[in-house]
Ligand binder design. Structure first.
Ligand code: HAM
Length: 409
């Protein structure tokens, strides 16, 4: 095709794809609202500083994946790459600490990351996510994890696997980072170049490397899970115990690192083997220091986000759900009467359509067949012939009586 196409890594949501998305949205709304979560939506762009501070200067997201631009007045704005920092910004801005805690919020919005596009990885994508702010109770950790498992199950995501870990508190992690950095420096010659360059910037990311030599080095690296202090260890043990009580299977993964800096204590990730290389369906964790980083009082929080496109890919293709047409209004001359009939039918809650493409009467009847319309009203001077396509019958009615007749059937 010549002409303009959608940018690389973006996609149109065509009418036939809208049904499965609406079903996912309905399932999320039903499940999350029943658990006390209320919807929040924040702007598509924010001050760049929010993500630089919140997500972290050393992360891939901030270093190379943000769509940032000048607002024309010298202020840098960024298309949101994720939802947690914006929701925490909104929590602070609107004084939500005055509400009963924890404040439970959910969102279903699009996000933007300048990543290399491939199946399941896009530059604009959608996430359904929750944030529960204002409690450090480990039961809240277990609650959000169980909710994501329930959502994935309800929408038919197959082959899921849940991994959990703990990233400890900032003090413990800082000491561990130094220990890990020293270990990496001692084995620097066997590390991939991109890992070696980042030893001091972000040594934990070395666990993410696919390079075989780096992986061999990491197999012997000290583990944060073995360094948790008593209270972090107890928190993690309680979360595991509650997941056991909920009957949810998981694996403890001491190497689970997530690509965002705000995490503390519990982190988790759901993968699906119905997906290819981009197997992460959803993930999240605690961010007990984030609100303080954004200028608020110390306030704990936990949440997750799951990729809508990945959920739909992993759930497989459901049958398209197009609403059947109740009434197709055909006419030759009485266009105004046909229009009035459609307006009346729609006001009565019927799915109704009229002829709009200049077809002959014969063509219109064929089109009504194609639509699978239950009834066809042929508007003529003085009366309407109403055909029940299922029964194969036809009756003559006053125009005023058509909508009531179809509604009653
Ligand atoms: P995340 O792991 O960066 O976490 O993203 C969550 C999910 O969004 C991923 O598991 C994946 O399904 C989807 N996703 C991420 N990037 C892309 C992409 N380029 N294309 C398609 N899908 C993608 C967060 O965003 C955190 N805010 C989650 C969170 C909430 N943590 C605490 N609260």
């Amino acid at each position: 095709m010549s002409g303009i196409t959608a940018p690389r890594g973006t996609f149109d949501i065509l009418p036939e794809q809208a049904g499965p998305r609406a079903a996912l949205e309905a399932a999320a709304r039903e499940l999350l609202e029943a658990a006390g979560y209320a919807r929040i939506e924040t702007p598509a762009f924010e001050a760049t500083e929010l993500f630089a501070r919140g997500v972290g200067e050393s992360t891939d997201i901030v270093q190379k994946e943000m769509y940032s631009f000048d607002d024309g007045g010298g202020r840098s704005l960024t298309l949101r790459p994720e939802g947690t920092a914006p929701v925490c910004r909104a929590y602070l801005q609107h004084g939500m600490h005055k509400l009963p805690q924890p404040v439970r919020l959910y969102y279903l919005s699009s996000f933007f990351r300048a990543e290399r596009p491939q199946q399941g990885r896009y530059r604009e994508f959608w996430q359904v996510g929750v944030e529960a702010i204002g409690s450090e109770d480990p039961a809240l950790d277990a609650e959000v994890i169980v909710l994501l498992a329930a959502l994935l199950r309800r929408v038919g995501v197959r082959g899921t696997r849940l991994r959990i870990g703990s990233l400890a508190s900032p003090g413990t992690r800082a000491a561990y980072r130094d220990e890990l950095a020293a270990y990496l420096h001692a084995h620097a010659e066997r590390l991939a170049a991109n890992v070696r360059e980042r030893i001091d910037l972000n040594p934990l990311r070395a666990f993410d490397s696919d390079d075989p030599d780096t992986r061999a080095v990491m197999a012997g690296a000290p583990r944060l899970l073995d360094r948790l202090d008593a209270s972090d260890a107890e928190h993690f043990a309680t979360v595991r115990d509650l997941l056991d009580r909920a009957g949810l299977a998981y694996e403890v993964d001491p190497r689970l690192v997530r690509g965002i800096d705000y995490y503390t204590r519990t982190v988790f990730e759901f993968t699906s083997d119905a997906l290819g290389a981009q197997s992460g369906v959803g993930g999240g964790g605690r961010y007990d220091g984030l609100i303080e980083v954004l200028g608020g009082p110390p306030t704990p929080g936990i949440g997750w986000a799951a990729g809508v496109e990945r959920i739909l890919l992993a759930a497989g293709e459901p049958a398209p759900s197009v609403r059947p047409v109740d009434l197709f209004v055909a006419y030759e001359e009485r266009r105004g009467d046909a229009f009035a009939t459609v307006v009346e039918a729609r006001a009565a809650g019927l799915a109704a359509e009229m002829e709009l493409a200049g077809r002959t009467l014969k063509g219109q009847l064929k089109h009504a067949d194609r639509l699978g319309a239950r009834y066809v009203a042929i508007v003529e001077p003085g009366a309407v012939r109403l055909r029940d396509r299922g029964a194969g019958t036809e009756e003559s009615l006053e125009r005023d009586a058509v909508v009531a007749r179809v509604s009653a059937s």
